[in-house]
Design a protein around this ligand. Structure first.
Ligand code: KG4
Ligand code: ZN
Length: 766
């Protein structure tokens, strides 16, 4: 006999049940609007208490439905399955509705119509010929506008009976169709019974691997949808992860050139070949080329800026690569290689078997690239270029041997955090085996770590999604939530492997409760709750900001309040007086942009990539911090507030002014001067805070804490004043779960646990 947990949170009906084989034993299905993260796991725990015994598998609705809603059910199911090491099966929520209708005795043709929001519906058609006999008719799994659906269905409306939650909004429309009937509202939603029957009768048994269980998405994130329109990519099918994978890791995009690019192309050509080479093509010449099909012309762009281009044409010997260039700031990122791939592909499509080009003897980077792809020399043209250098004639077979590719990066690290002996003794015996799993999903890092009772970090895994956000110049919340849902199980398994323990060894599950992106937080929290129930482990909610402060304990285990801490990240700029481990006084924060945000925006204004912090700080090393006098906002405001948007505006204004004056901008100088302005204000307020509170310790946290110039300035200025400065190791500056684990350990020792109704707190403060 097999016992199943049943979950579906795709609609406003929260489905949670417990079944044995084909029979639902107990259930708590109920209407629950936007509260499933609060009510789901506590309900499941009650079901398991009232019906003692374990479960052998979890069955979950995959939607379609509310994206966040579906993710809550799926992340909880993943947690339950991982915690018990049992399979987890996904079922279409639409099927669950259809099977529930079949159980009611309905016979005939059924159209389940789900509300896909934004005036769109998600239709699925079935033929029902018995209580367990449900046949899918047209199951394309795609959204369409309600208008188009109702006009499409008009002629055959009398052959269908409608159900589904789209009727809440579109009952009138359905009613207006001649001859159409619809079911009573009690049959519009999925139920435990429907879900179970859909699972047992599925034509294809889903894999039970919780890692592979993902929501059914009906569209990409808005950011990706807009990008798709802008790039003219047409309509793409939403693949399982719900994120455009092939564009991940790519900051700059490629597309075929358009007539409207002609001016910009001409300017780019002139810039790239300013030192000689060929006479730049005019805008008219580019327009002319675009009109002929034997030319191939591709551009690389970062948002609206053209960053590179490649031009080729078919001629009698094959495909000639005429010109290729990339803006200086965008070189060494593989753009030229990617542009070349596109041209070569076009060349092949146009029928060429060989591709040839001329390259200057003196251009070592280009020659290296061409060799790598498979070009070899077939000729030499003496003194061919304007600067007198020789041209090599290179040739390669089409298609090329090698192509450029990108992968998602994954960093992980491992370290020990010794705790004071006295503290260690005090703790002994206070917590059974004392293994805590900590989970962090507040922004764009899916991170987990395991810490033991003595503060030893047994595992620390971080999977970053930055590659999927970079091309948008910032974190896209919907992509973050999707990527967390996808990464949870892999990161969990890796973490357990590193620590060498099993799920049943975990005594507590800690998770970031806030602040952060709400959609991202709930995924981690739902997974944590599922694990907590399945492992019988306690639940701990952690404040992310406290984590950033405690990350300093890895460097300085002796760190003790009172001290002053500053958190500087993409989302925060805080100055905090830590009076005791649980007594924080926020002295001040930013009134507009966060420090990291300012770095990111300035980087964007300079046409550089994301995240901006590391790029700006590297450039700043080569620049003069006194070159441009940017404002030090609120330096003399006599309080601890910060303002950074004015500084960003000053940089943008400066760049515009230089452009109007046709003066070349010295990018390293701008970076260095901007950075100096930020650091001056930060350091000055930190010094005042340390003096006024009379502390002798200071520590830093957050992504910007990785900035070398800020670290040096703080160390130098504060040490002079006799203040001990602790700086987190570089890998502990950005988001990670080790810091969450440290906070959790303190909470565990105090017995400060959360209950299963815990919800995300996106605005949580210290
Ligand atoms: O703490 P974090 O990883 O994420 C948030 O919670 O926001 O911080 C990311 C921020 C980004 O804005 C990034 O540009 C900035 O930290 N950052 C830096 C440096 N490295 C990362 N800012 C200045 N200098 C750096 N070296
Ligand atoms: Zn953070």
């Amino acid at each position: 006999m097999a016992r199943y947990l049943l979950i579906d949170t795709a609609t406003d009906e929260l489905v949670s049940g417990l079944a044995e084989d084909t029979c639902v034993l107990a259930k708590k299905d109920h209407a629950c609007r936007r509260k499933s993260n609060v009510e789901l796991t506590s309900g499941i725990q009650e079901l398991l208490r009232e019906n003692p015994g374990s479960f052998d598998a979890v069955i979950t609705g995959r939607g379609p439905g509310s994206f966040t809603g579906v993710r809550i059910g799926i992340a909880t199911a993943k947690g339950l399955a991982c915690g018990k090491d049992v399979p987890c099966y996904g079922v279409s929520t639409l099927d669950a509705i259809a099977y529930n209708v079949a159980r009611s005795g309905f016979l005939g043709r059924l159209c389940v119509l789900e509300d896909a929001m934004r005036c769109e519906v998600y239709p699925a058609f079935y033929e029902i010929s018995g209580k367990e006999a449900v046949e899918r008719l047209d199951f394309q799994q795609r959204v369409e506008t309600a208008d188009s659906f109702f006009s499409r269905i008009e002629k055959e409306a009398d052959t269908w009976t409608f159900t589904g939650n789209a009727l809440v909004k579109y009952r009138e429309e359905a009613h207006a169709l001649s001859g159409a009937t619809y079911l009573p509202s009690s049959l519009w939603v999925p139920t435990s019974e429907g879900l179970l029957a859909a699972y047992h009768n599925a034509a294809e048994k889903p894999t039970g691997d919780p890692a592979l269980l993902l929501p059914i998405y009906t569209r990409f994130s808005d950011a990706e949808e807009h990008e798709r329109t802008r790039l003219g990519l047409g309509s793409l099918r939403v693949e399982a992860s719900g994120v455009l994978e092939e564009l991940g890791g790519i900051h700059e995009q490629l597309r075929p050139a358009l007539l409207s690019d002609a001016e910009a192309l001409s300017a780019l050509d002139a810039l790239v070949y300013e030192k000689g080479g060929h006479r730049p093509y005019t805008a008219e010449e580019f327009s002319e080329m675009l009109a002929h099909t034997y030319y191939s012309l591709w551009v690389a762009h970062d948002q609206e800026t053209l960053t590179g281009y490649a031009l080729g044409r078919i001629c009698k010997d094959g495909f000639e690569l005429m010109s290729i260039g990339v803006l200086p700031a965008y070189r060494r990122r593989g753009l030229a290689g990617r542009l070349l791939d596109r041209l070569a592909y076009d060349g092949g499509v146009l029928g060429a078997k060989r591709c040839f080009l001329e390259v200057s003897c003196a251009n070592a980077p280009a020659r290296h690239l061409y060799e790598k792809i498979g070009f070899s020399q077939v000729g030499l043209r003496k003194k061919y270029y304007l600067d007198g250098s020789d041209a090599l004639v290179l040739e390669a077979k089409l298609p090329f041997l090698e192509q450029s590719c990108t992968t998602q990066t994954e960093k992980d690290s491992r370290e020990k955090a010794p705790v004071l002996e006295a503290e260690q003794k005090a703790r002994a015996g206070s917590f059974p085996k004392g293994l805590i799993l900590a989970i962090e999903t507040s922004c764009d890092e899916t991170a987990m770590s395991i810490i033991d009772n003595d503060g030893n970090l047994l595992a620390n895994v971080v999977s970053t999604q930055i590659d999927f956000h970079a091309r948008f110049g910032g974190v896209v919340p919907e992509i973050a939530s999707r990527k967390h849902t996808e990464a949870l199980v892999g990161v969990f398994e890796q973490t357990l492997l590193e620590a060498g323990c099993r799920p049943s060894d975990l005594d507590a599950i800690a998770v970031t409760q806030g602040p952060g992106l709400v959609g991202a937080l709930v995924v981690g929290i739902a997974f944590a709750k599922g694990l907590s129930v399945a492992c019988g482990a306690k639940l701990i909610g952690v404040n992310h900001l406290e984590g950033h402060i405690l990350a300093n304990m890895f460097e300085n285990p002796e760190l003790k309040p009172p001290f002053v801490a500053s958190i500087v990240s993409g989302g925060h700029t805080l100055l905090v007086h830590v009076k005791a481990w649980d007594a924080f006084e926020v002295l001040g924060s930013t009134i507009d942009d966060a420090v990291g945000e300012a770095f990111d925006k300035v980087s964007k204004a300079l046409g550089l990539g994301y995240p901006g912090g590391p790029i700006i700080s590297r450039l700043a090393e080569k620049g003069n911090p006194d070159a441009i006098a940017f404002p030090r906002a609120m330096l003399h405001s006599h309080d601890y507030r910060f303002s950074l948007s004015g500084l960003k505006t000053a940089v943008v204004t400066y760049l515009a002014k230089e452009e109007r004056a046709k003066r070349a901008v010295n990018v390293p100088d701008v970076a260095a001067s901007f950075q100096a302005a930020v650091i001056d204000v930060l350091v000055s307020k930190i010094i005042t805070a340390c003096k006024e509170t009379g502390v002798s310790d200071f520590c830093l946290g957050g992504g910007v804490a990785a900035n070398p110039a800020l670290r040096n300035a703080l160390t130098e200025k504060l040490t002079q004043l006799g203040i001990t400065v602790t700086l987190p190791a570089l890998q502990n500056c950005t988001d990670n779960a080790a810091m969450i684990a440290l906070v959790a350990l303190r909470k565990a020792h105090k017995g400060d646990y959360a209950d299963l109704r815990m919800d995300a707190k996106p605005q949580l403060s210290l």
